[in-house]
Design a protein around this ligand. Structure first.
Ligand SMILES: [Zn+2]
Length: 355
């Protein structure tokens, strides 16, 4: 393997978002120019400022809103109300898509093609485009099959032609990982990839020449089915749901961070900072949840009924996201207690005694 590819691969810590997203035929599709950003830079800046917020908590909040207004069945089918759709598109316009394809696929093997023609030798070279998920990113290459060249060479007209009777060459397929448990199985190339590229040329789709992560073409065309987005987002939200079984959450967490790899960045003046390379935004968000849990206390949901914000706790029993909401909630509890004098709360008793 070419070493420069590996070093390039190690810097896949960025993520992209399109200027706009639309829902079309059940998929969230990008429109407009692409911008890249560094989720870890945002994360670390917020920690430095002691803001108890992260991109992950924004996704958990989105899920809470969707679950509050949709049935399980509709979320599984990706059947959102116009309001729900607007919430999802708004999130994507800020952070991009979750990256479920590069997250779940382990290997992509495309159909064999003529990759070079050598007219003088009257031979063609046959190769297969292959992508592998490696620590924190994807490596793509064209694997050439020189032994195949001599056998089929003359029958193949020119570059880009599909090799039909591929005989002993690897069959096109995707090794696809389960999002919940992490086990992997081989699935049909088209069945796995087609839903993620509704905007791709029909000819490319028919030939099985899908963009590999994170080629330019991939970034341009990559879309995500609404149903898949909702399922994965809910999966992430379960990591911070304290009512769920601890063992189950542990298994889910492992499946979500399976492709994530540590990396470091050296800034000016020789300052080293850590960051994590991830094949998907979903993996990055799951890693943020783990770090938040380890660095402080598990994430909580603000107990003031008008807020419901998801936040990183400073203390294990912290119930409110900020002092303002703690105070507001206690004032409204007090007023509520005054209206129902039969059940005075401890606060109202104390306040009455002061008067
Ligand atoms: Zn709050």
């Amino acid at each position: 393997m070419n070493p420069s590819r590996v070093s390039q691969a190690a810097v896949q810590t960025r993520w992209w978002r399109a200027g706009r997203y639309v829902v079309q035929d059940g998929a969230i599709r990008p429109k407009g120019a692409t911008t890249w950003y560094e989720p870890w830079a945002t994360y670390q800046d917020l920690w430095a400022k002691a803001e108890r917020w992260s991109i992950a908590s924004e996704l958990v909040e989105l899920v809470r809103k969707l679950e509050g207004t949709h049935s399980d069945e509709n979320l599984e089918r990706g059947a959102l109300t116009p309001e729900g759709e607007a919430l999802v598109l708004g999130w994507c316009e800020r952070f991009g898509l979750l990256g479920l394809l590069p997250h779940r696929a382990l290997t992509i093997i495309e159909p064999p093609l003529v990759v070079a023609s050598q007219s003088r030798a009257r031979e063609n070279v046959v190769g297969v485009r292959v992508g592998w998920r490696v620590g924190g990113t994807w490596l793509n290459d064209v694997v050439r099959y020189p032994e195949y060249r001599s056998r089929v060479g003359r029958n193949l007209p020119r570059r880009g032609t599909l090799v039909v009777n591929a005989g002993t060459l690897p069959k096109p397929h995707v090794v696809w990982q389960d999002l919940f448990e992490g086990f992997a199985k081989a699935v049909d190339l088209h069945a796995a990839l087609r839903p993620f590229f509704p905007g791709l040329d029909q000819a490319d789709r028919d030939k099985g020449q899908y963009p590999l992560p994170f080629e330019q073409r991939f970034v341009r065309f990559y879309s995500e089915p609404v149903a898949a987005f909702c399922t994965a987002a809910r999966q992430l939200a379960r990591l911070v749901d304290e009512s769920r079984d601890v063992e189950e959450r542990k298994t889910n967490r492992r499946a979500l961070v399976a492709g994530v790899n540590p990396d470091e960045v050296t800034e000016e003046a020789g300052v080293h900072r850590w960051r994590w390379a991830s094949p998907s935004l979903l993996g990055t968000l799951a890693t943020m949840v783990i770090l938040d849990n380890v660095a402080s206390c598990p994430m909580g949901v603000c107990a003031w009924d008008k807020c419901g914000r998801v936040f990183a706790r400073r203390q294990p029993r912290q119930k409110f996201c900020c002092d303002t909401h703690r105070n507001t909630a206690s004032v409204s509890r007090f007023r509520h207690a005054e209206r129902e004098p039969t059940k005075p709360s401890r606060t109202s008793r104390r306040k009455k005694a002061k008067r």
